[in-house]
Each structure stands twice: as structure tokens, then as C-alpha cells.
Design a protein around this ligand. Structure first.
Ligand code: ZN
Length: 413
């Protein structure tokens, strides 16, 4: 029985080997697991990025949720005092107190002294802080955006919105297109299949990547076989869209300063006043809309009154020209730091029901030479046409833009 083995011994041997194998496997698994799940701490991050490469003394840290400037700087061997004096700079305070996860913080440090700090605020802005003998100097620099002129066009099958989607217009470009022609064509009722648009616009790039769509420089809208053309032109501080002959396309004033739900009370010379219960003229239009709805200035003008005006409650009066003023009443609040000069579309305050009001609404009054007119029937003038003096410059701009716009032929979708 030389070759026979003791079954008991074999079993014990096998069990032993199996136990050894399992223990080893467990150990190895645990080790792998540890090295995988260990989250890198700030100091490790530092040691990865610090690298003690003397020729490149810049340290880099990508902000993680919960990171604070103090922690990061102390990992970079800078004192708490240094953090404090950094944060004395208003710009540093503005951007470095709440660090945004994912943004990059870089520091140039030698001999435990911070020489320069860079923080990417967003894709275009970088905060730079330089150590200039005892005090820090902070600035925000803009990364240069480049722009290209692009064209886009589409034939309308059902409505303008789906044609714009088909042509991959950004929401901003679509809004500009509708704003340009809103006073010319009724997009809800007049658009027919076969109508067509074509635009020339600026597209901005940052490091060769598309950043955002800019302004439309020229546009054409063909509606019922008639083509309307708009050219963007700037004179002095005013920018607007003009017909090829130099007439302003867009109205100079907005008709509605708020998005409203309904007209709760029209302009009337004999109205039963809901608060005072007597017949009194209602020298404006009441646009009912929830409290807090932004109120936009209907044009470019000068604020001549801002305060409480008896039954009107919180009121702003803006003078738009020698003859025309508008009164905005019952506001819940004014926009903070309301400028003296306001622009068309700029938010001046918010809807409320201050003063004599039975519900939240904006009372809009328009006065021509001191006399109230009905804001809903008053037809605001369009902007001024191109003057004789501006005509040469306008014509040159027009020819250049229309040439570029025409180059879209063949790319029609
Ligand atoms: Zn009113």
C-alpha cells in the first residue's frame, strides 16, 4: 500500500491550502480596494501638484465642494494672516470667499511668500492678484473672445419658431429676429408656408470653441412674396435696425412695460373709482399681473420722480422727450440703485399694489405735453430715420452687410 495516501491527511492538507489561498485573496482584494477608495485629501492633491519643480513654481488646485481659500493656502504653507490680507481686497473677497467647485486656483509661491494668485471666475474672466510690496493688487481680466460672421436661413413650413429650430438658431437669435420684425409682420397670423428668413450674425469663440451667439447684423424676412430687410446700425450711442432706405424699423417705445394677464381697467375719462367709489377719470391703463413682475422702461429716458405719490403709491415718472412722460404706479419696489438715465427695456421696478389699489397691477400713464393719452391707442413713433449726415456711413455698412447676407445662397435649409 505504498502509493495509497491517508485520506484524512489529504483532506487536512487541502483545507489548509484552501484557507491560505482565501486569506491571501482577501488581503490582496482589501489592498486594491483601499488604494481605490481612498479620497485624495487636499495635502495629497498638493503633493501631486506641488511636485517641487523649481523651474515652474506655480501650484494648481481644482476647487472641490467645501474647499475654502484658507485651507488651500495653508496646504501651500501660507499663513492665515496671508489669507486675511488677501481677502481685504474687494475683488478677492467677492470671488474667493465662496469658491466655485470645478474652477482652477493657481498660485506662484516662493519661500512661503505668495507672489501671484490666479482664479478662473468663469470661462471668460480670470481674477489675478499680485503681491506688490506689503499689499495685494487685484484685477479681473477678460480672456479674449474672437468673433466670426455667420449666416443662417430657413424656409418656413408651419411657423417661424419651428423654422428657427430647423436652422439651429439659438434662443437669443430667435428672440432678436422676432424683435426686429415684430412691428412689421404679425407672426401669429400672417406667416404662410413658403415664407423665408435669412440672417447674418456674429458668433463668439473662446479658444476656438463656440462661446455664444451675438447680435444679428442684417436680416431678411420674406412674407407673402414681400421681402423685408433690416440693417443694424449704430449712431452715437443709439443702435437700431433700419430699412435699406434708412428708416427705423422698430418702434421707439415698448407698448407694454410688463407681461400682463389682463387689462383690469382701461383709460377712461369717467370711471367709477373702485377705491374711492366715485366717478373720476382714470388717466392710464391698469395692467393686472402678479406682484413682483418686473416693470421695464418703455424707452430711453430720464427718471424725474421716484417715490410715494398719494393714491399711486410707489411711483416712478420718466421723461422720454420734450413732450412725453410716462408714469408707472403701485409698484412693490423700485429696482435697487435705479439709474438717472434708463434705457428701453431696462427694469425700473416691480409690480405691487401700493397706494389705492384693489389688487396687484401696474398703472401706466402716458402724458403728451402734460395731457394724459390712452396708452393702448397711443401709437408710439418709430425711431428716428438715418439723417443726411449719417447716410454715407449707413450706405457703406448696408452694402457690406447685405453682400455678406447674400452669400447664404446655397446654404438654405
Ligand atoms: Zn390705474
Amino acid at each position: 500500500m505504498k502509493n495509497s495516501t491517508n485520506p484524512k491527511r489529504t483532506l487536512r492538507y487541502t483545507t489548509l491550502m484552501l484557507c491560505l489561498f482565501i486569506s491571501l485573496t482577501l488581503l490582496v482584494t482589501a489592498l486594491i480596494h483601499m488604494s481605490n477608495t481612498q479620497t485624495p485629501t487636499l495635502s495629497e492633491h498638493k503633493s501631486q501638484t506641488h511636485a517641487k519643480l523649481e523651474p515652474n513654481p506655480w501650484l494648481t488646485h481644482i476647487i472641490q465642494p467645501g474647499d475654502t481659500l484658507g485651507e488651500i493656502l495653508s496646504q501651500w504653507q501660507l499663513s492665515f494672516g496671508e489669507t486675511l490680507s488677501l481677502l481685504k481686497q474687494p475683488l478677492a473677497k467677492q470671488y474667493l470667499i465662496n469658491l466655485k467647485p470645478g474652477q482652477k486656483l493657481e498660485a506662484h509661491i516662493t519661500k512661503n511668500t505668495l507672489l501671484e494668485l490666479k482664479y478662473t471666475i468663469n470661462t471668460t474672466d480670470t481674477l489675478i492678484i499680485k503681491n506688490g510690496h506689503e499689499t495685494y493688487h487685484a484685477t479681473v481680466i477678460k480672456n479674449p473672445l474672437t468673433s466670426r460672421l455667420l449666416t443662417s436661413s430657413a424656409t418656413i413650413n408651419s411657423n417661424l419658431s419651428s423654422a428657427a429650430t430647423k436652422a439651429h438658431l439659438s434662443p437669443g437669435l430667435y428672440k432678436q429676429l422676432t424683435d426686429i420684425f415684430a412691428g412689421t409682420v404679425n407672426f401669429k397670423t400672417a406667416i404662410q408656408p413658403g415664407d423665408h428668413f435669412r440672417i447674418l450674425y456674429k458668433e463668439y469663440y473662446l479658444n476656438n470653441k463656440k462661446h455664444h451667439s451675438g447680435e444679428i447684423l442684417a436680416a431678411e424676412l420674406t412674407n407673402k412674396n414681400h421681402t423685408y430687410t433690416a440693417i443694424r446700425f449704430t449712431t452715437g450711442t443709439q443702435t437700431g435696425y433700419y430699412t435699406p432706405t434708412g428708416n427705423a424699423i422698430q418702434p421707439k417705445y415698448l407698448k407694454y412695460p410688463v407681461h400682463y394677464t389682463r387689462i383690469s381697467s382701461p383709460f377712461s375719462l369717467h370711471r367709477m373709482d373702485p377705491v374711492r367709489h366715485k366717478i373720476a377719470p382714470h388717466l392710464g391703463t391698469d395692467l393686472a399681473t402678479p406682484t413682483g413682475t418686473p416693470i421695464h422702461s418703455i424707452g430711453d429716458g430720464t427718471v424725474i420722480f421716484e417715490g410715494w405719490s398719494r393714491g399711486f403709491g410707489k411711483t416712478i415718472i420718466v421723461r422720454y422727450n420734450k413732450h412725453m412722460k410716462a408714469l408707472y404706479a403701485h409698484m412693490s419696489r423700485f429696482t435697487s440703485s435705479l439709474p438717472h438715465h434708463v434705457h428701453k427695456g431696462e427694469i425700473i421696478g416691480y409690480v405691487g399694489q401700493t397706494g389705492w389699489a384693489t389688487g396687484p397691477h401696474l398703472h401706466l400713464g402716458i402724458y403728451i405735453d402734460g395731457k394724459a393719452v390712452d396708452p393702448m391707442t397711443f401709437s408710439p413713433p418709430t425711431g428716428n430715420p438715418i439723417t443726411k449726415n449719417q447716410m454715407t456711413a449707413f450706405t457703406a455698412t448696408k452694402n457690406k452687410l447685405l453682400d455678406k447676407l447674400k452669400q447664404t445662397t446655397g446654404q438654405t435649409t
